[in-house]
Structures are given as C-alpha cells and as structure tokens.
Design a protein around this ligand. Structure first.
Ligand code: ATP
Ligand code: MG
Length: 395
C-alpha cells in the first residue's frame, strides 16, 4: 500500500490537439509547486495525474496544499495505491474504515466505485456491492446511506486501484503560462491582486507595474506591493515588478489641470506608461482591478476616457463583480490580509473631494495640453526599477 496524491484536471480534457502541451505545462507547474517537499514522481495517466513520493515520510498534506494552488488542478485526494485485485481492494476498504472509526463516531457510509479499466473482472456496481457488503459484515454498527453518509470511500480501478475518502477542491483554470503574459497594474488595494489572479487562472503569466509617489507614499507601501506580488507569483510563476516613480507627474497634474479631472488624467498616465512597459517586457495585454461604478474613476464615462489612451486590450476581470465577491476571492487566495494593511496609495494622496464623475474625453484632452505628456512619460519610464519576484513555494 503506497500513499499518493491523486489529481483531477478539468478543462484540459477539452483542449484537443493542444492537450499534450497543456499537460506538459501542468506537470511542470506541479513539479515546481512541490519542489521543496522532497523527491517524488509525477505520473500522468488518462484523466488523472499522480504524485508518488520516493520516501515513506513524505508530507502528503503539505503536498495537497501545494497542488491545490496549481492552476489546472480541479481537485485532489490523499489516496492509497494498491494492486488492482478485488481481494486487495476489499482488504484496504476495511482497513480505511477501521482507521476512520477509531477517530470518529460514524454510523453510515457509502462506497463510490469507478472502473476506468474496463477489463477489470467486476463492474462499478458490483465492486460497491461486494466491498460494501464486507464492510457491513465486519462493522455491524454501520449502515449504508447513499444520500447523506457520514463518510464515503472512493475506489478507482485503473492500472492500479486507488482508494480515498476526501476530494479537496483546487483552483481550476488553465496551467500557468499557457496563454501569454499580461501586465497587471498592481496597487496595494484589494482589487488589483484579485484581478491579476483571475487572469493568471486563465493561463496568463504576469508582470506587474506599481506607481509610487515618494515622499507622499512610504517605503512600507512598496513592501506591501512586493508582498502581494510574491503571493501572486506562487500561482503564476516569477513576476517582473516594475516600480515607476510617479511624484513628478502627479505634482504636474495637480499644478496644471483642473482638480476634478485629476484622477482621470492620472489614470491616463498610468495606462500609457503601463502599455509601454508591457510591450517592452513581452506582455500582450493590460490588467486592472476596475469595477464599474465602484469609485469616481470607474464610471463608464471615466473608463472611456481612461481607455482611450491605449491600444492594447485591457482586461478588467472584476468589471461586473460586487466588492464582497472580490473580498471572498482575496481571502481564498491569501492576498486579503496584506491588502488591508493601512498604507497610503499614490492615488489617495492627490484625490479631489468632488471628482468629475462624467468626464468628457475631449475636455480631458484639452486639460492635458498644459502638460508635456511625452517628456513626463519618457522620464518616468527611464527611471523605473525592476524587481524580480520569485515564488516562495511551500516547504
Ligand atoms: P485596488 O483595490 O486594486 O486599488 P480600487 O478599487 O481601489 O482598486 P482604484 O484605486 O481606483 O480602484 O484603482 C483602479 C485600478 O487602477 C486598480 O485596480 C489598479 O489596477 C490600478 N491602480 C490604481 N492605483 C495604482 C498604483 N498605485 N499602481 C498601479 N496600479 C494602480
Ligand atoms: Mg486603490
């Protein structure tokens, strides 16, 4: 009896001719995610991927936690692998039941069998009936309950037999890096890390750009952004984090443009710079955490005025999502606690009390005439700092 991790991959199965490529990328992601946990083999079979530890005291629970963050894995189970032989299956079913009953006051159970190998002597209902019958014989206090059992034993018949009692949900999505790369506009807030994560789940690799305005923003707010990028990188792989000094631009806008247009003009600079850095670093799209109506700069008029300065597609995965749903995702992906740390953002420093929530693009363009856009933008791009964020996988 060997302990293994059994993993299920969902959407990959639909990928037709590209399937081997997606599977290869998925196996690479899994290897990286469990890289610190000791030697193991990753084995791909029809519809399943298995992790087989090379030594006995491998920490399967940690392994499950690691693979549960790998995009492309729909769910996983802590399973035992045994020879594909019905007496072995029955013996192991009884052993598992015995273990469970030692620790729990269970009174009902069910068996779900799946026969992927059709050459096996018994079909799925026969396996359930036979194994279930033996469990009932051995443990008379138990009864079968197919609706609401206290525990379930799953039996999968493949080249070997696999038995397990739990299915742990994964993140789903497509393997990291199978869909090009996007440049995430990463603030220190709740939304943008979630937006980046959502696009990464569709297979995008990420780079990130953060605008900071020292001395109005502190070193600690930069640390926060680095930490957020670090958390994201565990899902999507290494991130090039671009830090853009933004003080000069914000002071110029503050001095020369109508106060109520400040936010939209600021965002337009962010988008221009982000697009240039995206192109330079091999990204094909921009990603923001905008959501319609959430703040003044996210009315449909503001979004129009902001969008107008860039040609690259801008992905806004949170556009139609309520804040509480975003918060739920932030909690699930571990960015929430960092996002709520109370450090100032460059946008909050210069924000107007009564921003224009229906800016007209042509008015904005007129106001921007008082600024030397090309020079300000080029200056900022010349002074960026790039930080390589490497994922800190579980150890
Ligand atoms: P977040 O929670 O991501 O800060 P938000 O709801 O606070 O979003 P805004 O602050 O208006 O919204 O920002 C909208 C989007 O603009 C952000 O989601 C982010 O993508 C981008 N953004 C804002 N500030 C910055 C910044 N300092 N650096 C990089 N991107 C930024
Ligand atoms: Mg914000």
């Amino acid at each position: 009896m060997k302990k293994v991790i059994l993993m299920r991959c969902g959407e990959l199965m639909l990928k037709g001719l590209n399937r081997p490529y997606f599977e290869k990328m998925l196996v690479n992601s899994i290897k990286k995610a469990v890289g610190n946990l000791g030697e193991s083999k990753i084995i791909k079979t029809q519809g399943r991927i298995f992790l087989e530890p090379e030594f006995d005291d491998y920490d399967i629970k940690k392994g499950i936690r690691a693979v549960s963050k790998v995009f492309g894995i729909v769910s996983s189970s802590d399973a035992v692998k045994i020879p594909c032989e019905i007496n072995e299956v029955i013996r192991t079913t009884i052993l598992i039941t015995e273990e469970l009953l030692k620790q729990n006051n269970f009174s009902s159970f069910k068996i779900i069998a799946k026969r992927a190998d059709k050459s096996f002597e018994l079909n799925s209902p026969e396996i359930c009936a036979l194994a279930g019958g033996k469990v009932l014989e051995k443990f008379p206090r138990l009864r079968v309950d197919v609706q609401k059992p206290d525990f379930t034993i799953y039996i999968e018949i493949r080249e070997s037999a696999y038995l397990y009692t739990e299915i742990i949900p994964g993140m789903g999505g497509l393997p990291a890096g199978t869909n090009g790369r996007g440049m995430l506009l990463l603030s220190g807030g709740i939304d943008s890390p979630v937006a980046g994560w959502m696009m990464a789940r569709r297979g995008l690799g990420l780079n990130a750009v953060h605008f900071q305005s020292p001395p109005f923003t502190s070193e600690r707010s930069l640390e926060k952004v680095k930490e957020l990028a670090g958390i994201l990188s565990i899902y999507c792989g290494a991130i090039k984090l671009h830090i853009v000094p933004f003080t000069k631009i914000q002071l110029a806008i503050n001095e020369k443009c109508p106060l109520d247009e400040g936010t939209v003009i600021t965002r337009r600079f962010m988008m221009r710079i982000a697009e240039a850095l995206a192109a330079k670093s091999g990204c094909q799209a921009l990603i923001t955490g905008e959501s319609v109506g959430q703040v003044a700069s996210q009315t449909i008029q503001s979004i129009n005025a902001i969008n107008e300065v860039v040609k690259m597609p801008v992905f806004r995965p949170l556009i139609g999502i309520d804040k509480n749903e975003t918060v739920d995702i932030a909690r699930k992906i571990d960015t929430y606690d960092t996002s709520i740390l109370p450090f100032e953002d460059c946008c909050t420093v210069f924000v107007a009390k009564h921003p224009n929530i229906r800016p007209l693009t042509k008015e904005i363009i007129k106001s921007e005439k008082s600024l030397n856009i090309d020079e300000l933008t080029a200056d900022a791009i010349d002074s960026i700092e790039i930080i390589d964020i490497e994922p800190a996988y579980i150890r």
